[in-house]
Unconditional design. Structure first.
Length: 178
């Protein structure tokens, strides 16, 4: 049997609950970024949390969230998808590698930028709640592609995702809109 922290082993109910709490945390991050819900994004970090999106931003989580609106203003729509995650735990501390795809559509709808990478996260559980202590992004590959502007491929009438509070998810899921 391996003592490697990522090797297969029995997982306790508490560790399963901790893993689910971290999965929710990273999914909520993607939702907050894509819907431009910066209050939500800030709530995912501890007050002394930090974020490293070098070379664009590195510093306090509060500074990162203050920086986001200006950066996100360049994109009509984004989709941050967390694809897989591995976690290692040490009591009230954990680390995670979260594989992600971050898709961005330019304001004029003619270009799409796709970043494939990983978040290297450090989490802490304080007062029973897991939050980011430090989040950093590692870029593995990027694509800059043309977008098929103006061609909706027969999707007339389908609810269209958009940044902010007028996204259809808030009308369709009232519990998200509190």
């Amino acid at each position: 049997m391996s003592d490697h922290p990522l090797a297969p082993r029995a997982i306790s109910a508490q560790e399963a609950a901790n893993r689910e709490a971290l999965r929710h945390l990273v999914a909520a991050y993607g939702h907050g970024i894509d819907r431009r819900d910066y209050d939500l994004v800030l709530s995912l970090y501890h007050d002394d949390g930090t974020d490293d999106h070098t070379p664009y931003y590195s510093g306090s989580a509060k500074g990162y969230v203050d920086w986001l609106p200006g950066m996100m203003a360049h994109w009509r729509a984004t989709s941050h998808v967390m694809l897989s995650a591995l976690y290692a735990f040490d009591g009230d501390r954990a680390e995670g590698e979260v594989v992600a795809r971050a898709w961005h559509l330019t304001l004029d709808g003619t270009r799409q930028f796709v970043a494939w990478g990983r978040y290297a996260d450090r989490y802490e559980r304080r007062d029973g709640i897991w939050r980011f202590a430090h989040r950093s992004f590692i870029l593995d590959h990027a694509e800059d592609l043309p977008a098929n502007a103006g061609d909706d491929f027969g999707s007339d009438g389908v609810g269209r995702g958009r940044a902010g509070r007028d996204d259809p998810v808030y009308a369709r899921l009232p519990l998200f809109n509190r």
